[in-house]
Ligand binder design. Structure first.
Ligand code: SF4
Ligand code: SF4
Length: 396
């Protein structure tokens, strides 16, 4: 295999690594596992060795051997146990785009046949059912039926101004379905002209990048774009930061796109969303893809602060330094234990604020943190920001 999964910029960036090891000190996977082999710096060294030993000229000049099966295995074990949280990239003093590098490395490992078997399952699920969980895609908006008094059209209209792109996790996981339910009810109270894509929504492509199977992406993106076009919509909104990030970075710029927190903030400023008093002490967890990924830090905080009666306390590590909850990078599928160990540290940090609830803006963070607090009977509420808005919403 050649080094074709890496851009020239990436190959140059790798050479700039100074081995300062700062990235190891902040990596949530390293901190939770106490295993330095999960760090960016360790991975970088292994990757550089492999890339050099693959280059024909280099092999001839320096008598290097082809990468061994053991080398591949080490590399695969470290990069597929990374949450792709981007904290290493944020802190790297020489500015290496590390998150993007880990995505390219995963792609390389798939091309080199050195990847966890679960990746095959992710691929076949996507190919068969167009969602990552192998559920029937016709059932994407079945959650609407569980709402109190759902409208006859089930939020699927022929045409609308705004499309709410729901995402796989919020569509299928009962624990996360409270997010689209709350979001749809808020939009209804505001009289917003919106629709779901229902069975015509396919996976946004994010799990493909994380799994190293980017070759599937184009077909899915084209399908989703076409589905939005058919609704005549001008805007697409997302409660899922990963879907939002995919549309921001990988889809052509055809529609206005916003994360729900940005969209809601606008509705609040236009007085279309009005709040009653809600007496609660909360903290906020920045989802990696919304915060470090999309640089949306202020909108969720402004939304929270605009609710009367709320006491807001920041986490010790917040905004661009916020620690991952353990739910990113397909880690839950590859190493559920490590994912839970990362969640444990997150919840400890939340509890130190004295907040009664941790608010976030991502269904995967909600799932990971809720699963941990429920399993360990910790008296802490985990809420998505849409649920908080819904709870404080003045309905007339
Ligand atoms: S992306 Fe996050 S989990 Fe992965 S190596 Fe970097 S800091 Fe660690
Ligand atoms: S922080 Fe950047 S320069 Fe320092 S070891 Fe990590 S990747 Fe290399």
């Amino acid at each position: 295999m050649a080094n074709r999964d890496y851009s020239v910029r990436q190959l140059l960036e790798m050479e700039a690594c100074t081995n300062c090891q700062i990235c190891a000190d902040i990596c949530p996977a390293v901190l939770a596992s106490e295993d330095g082999k999960l760090s960016a710096v360790y991975r970088m060294k292994g990757l550089k060795q492999i890339l050099k030993s693959r280059t024909g000229l280099f092999r001839k000049l320096f008598a290097k051997k082809e990468p061994s099966e053991q080398q591949w295995k080490h590399l695969s074990e470290t990069v597929f146990r990374c949450t792709l949280c981007g904290n290493c990239q944020e802190i790297c003093p020489v500015g290496i785009n590390l998150k993007e590098l880990w995505v390219s490395l995963r792609q390389d490992l798939v091309h080199s046949n050195a990847y966890p078997q679960k990746i095959d399952m992710i691929r076949s699920n996507l190919e068969r059912s167009h969602n990552v969980f192998n559920e029937e895609n016709e059932e994407r908006s079945l959650w609407v039926e569980d709402m109190d008094e759902p409208p006859e059209h089930g939020y699927i209209k022929e045409s609308a101004e705004v499309v709410y792109f729901t995402g796989c996790v919020a569509s299928y996981f009962p624990l996360a379905q409270r997010i689209p339910m709350a979001l749809a009810q808020i939009l209804e109270v505001c009289d917003a002209d919106f629709t779901l894509l229902g069975e015509h929504e396919w996976c946004c492509g994010f799990p493909m990048l994380g799994a190293g199977i980017k070759d599937l992406f184009v077909e899915f993106a084209e399908h989703n774009l076409d589905a939005v076009r058919k609704k005549g919509a001008k805007q697409v909104i997302f409660a899922c930061p990963s879907c939002y990030q995919m549309w921001r970075e990988y889809y052509p710029k055809e529609f206005a796109i916003n994360h729900a927190t940005e969209y809601f903030l606008k509705l609040i400023s236009e007085k279309q969303i009005r709040f009653k008093e809600l007496s609660m002490k909360v903290t906020y967890h920045d989802p990696c893809d919304l915060g470090r990924g999309a640089r949306v830090f202020d909108a969720p905080r402004e939304v929270i602060r605009s609710i009367p009666g709320i006491t807001f306390k920041e986490l010790a590590a917040n905004r661009e330094n916020c620690k991952c909850c353990g739910g990113g990078g397909n880690l839950e599928m590859i190493d559920g234990r490590l994912s839970a160990d990362i969640a444990k540290r997150k919840i400890e940090e939340v509890l130190a604020t004295g907040a009664e609830a941790v608010v976030t803006a991502c269904q995967q963070c909600v799932r990971t943190m809720t699963t941990y607090v429920r399993r360990n009977k910790i008296p802490l509420k985990v809420m998505d920001i849409t649920e908080l808005i819904h709870r404080a919403l003045k309905k007339e």
